[in-house]
Design a protein around this ligand. Structure first.
Ligand code: AHG
Ligand code: MN
Ligand code: MN
Length: 332
């Protein structure tokens, strides 16, 4: 089929006009993410051969041990985005505060900020299991030509202009949306080119997979415990299958293709759950909604949450529309 011959570069140019603020700036930004993804992919792929496995010895602002690949991916994405001077600000899960990109006067005239989880699923790096990158793009709210401010980053997810993820899996894919559906591109590693392999991804409305770290079961809210029992009940098309990789990108990507629900609830010890609203939940929620699915914190739509701080966490329930609706009956 013709679309399988279309490269990501061609796709970006062809769809540039569908974007309401089209100046080419967003296209250049997605092109930079594409480039950084290839560099990180290259490193992830030889992780067993070079000294990139293991801890960097640092603890990040969230109190988590940084892996060498976390640090590497963070640097690559930041460098690629700043050297090209196409964003005015960057916020990363691995940086304490947001960064201003103001290399020259032209750069501060840029309109977009990027928020990212440069390496998602770090606990899987050392064991050759899929990891990913998540990115989220907003138009700044402060005036162009001035330094970016915190408010540029603390926008609700419904203001995202683009978001997506890269999955470094059995094949490497880049999946993203600009608010007109979701498209997936697979890297041909021999020639270093992403090709449109999954046009207009639609997440099935129903599914039979639930993904949750069930080791935390004892600490979950009662509604979530009851929902998990519902998933395991022998009735109609249940029990469902349990699949949990421990890389959000991989768990959501599988559910996007096969149908399913992903749960990361709050626990008594972590009343806001673990996942980060700005770097993980908003971008994944935007992609999943654009594919026809739903994402909620148990009380409201993820994309409608007004963020109060950069590293804010939230409970996260995301996936096939009817599965999330059923979960909400239990936790409401
Ligand atoms: P990160 O590697 O960016 O810190 O994210 C890890 C996240 C997410 O990828 C995954 O779904 C979740 O943490 C797994 O957490 P548990 O180990 O608590 O299940
Ligand atoms: Mn993550
Ligand atoms: Mn991470």
């Amino acid at each position: 089929m013709a679309f399988q011959n279309q490269t990501l570069g061609e796709f970006i140019i062809e769809n540039q006009s569908a974007f309401s603020f089209s100046t080419g700036e967003l296209s250049r930004l997605i092109n930079s993410i594409r480039l950084a993804a290839k560099v990180v992919n290259h490193e992830v792929n030889k992780a067993g051969l070079v000294d990139i496995i293991g801890s960097s010895g640092n603890i990040n602002v969230q109190g988590e041990s940084q892996q060498k690949l976390d640090v590497f991916a963070n640097e690559i994405f930041i460098k690629t985005l700043t050297h090209r001077e196409i964003v005015c600000g960057i916020a990363s899960e691995e940086c304490d505060d947001f960064l201003r990109v103001e290399g020259n006067t032209e750069s501060s005239n840029n309109h977009y900020v990027v928020l990212m989880d440069p390496l998602d699923g770090s606990s899987n790096i050392d064991v050759n299991v899929s990891v990913g990158t998540i990115f989220s793009i907003y138009r700044r709210v402060s005036s162009a030509g001035t330094p970016v401010v915190l408010e540029d980053f603390l926008q609700p997810g419904n203001r995202q202009v683009a978001a997506g993820y890269v999955i470094y899996g059995t094949s490497t894919m880049l999946v993203y949306t600009t608010g007109h559906g979701v498209n997936g591109f697979t890297l041909n590693p021999a020639i270093g080119t992403f090709y449109l392999s999954h046009p207009n991804i639609r997440i099935p409305e129903n599914g039979q997979i639930y993904s949750v770290n069930e080791g935390n079961y004892i600490h979950f809210p009662q509604g979530v415990k009851n929902y998990i029992k519902y998933c395991q009940e022998e009735k109609e098309n249940r029990p469902y299958t349990s699949r949990y990789i421990g890389s959000l990108v991989s768990d959501i990507h599988r559910n996007m293709i096969k149908g399913g629900i992903y749960l990361y609830p709050q626990t008594s010890a972590s009343p806001n759950g673990k996942l980060r609203l700005l770097y993980e939940c908003n971008p994944m929620a935007f992609v999943v909604e654009q594919a026809g699915g739903e994402a909620s914190d148990g009380g409201q739509r993820i994309l409608d949450i007004i963020p109060g701080e950069l590293h804010q966490r939230t409970p996260f329930y995301c996936g096939s529309k009817n599965m999330v609706a059923k979960l909400l009956e239990y936790v409401a």
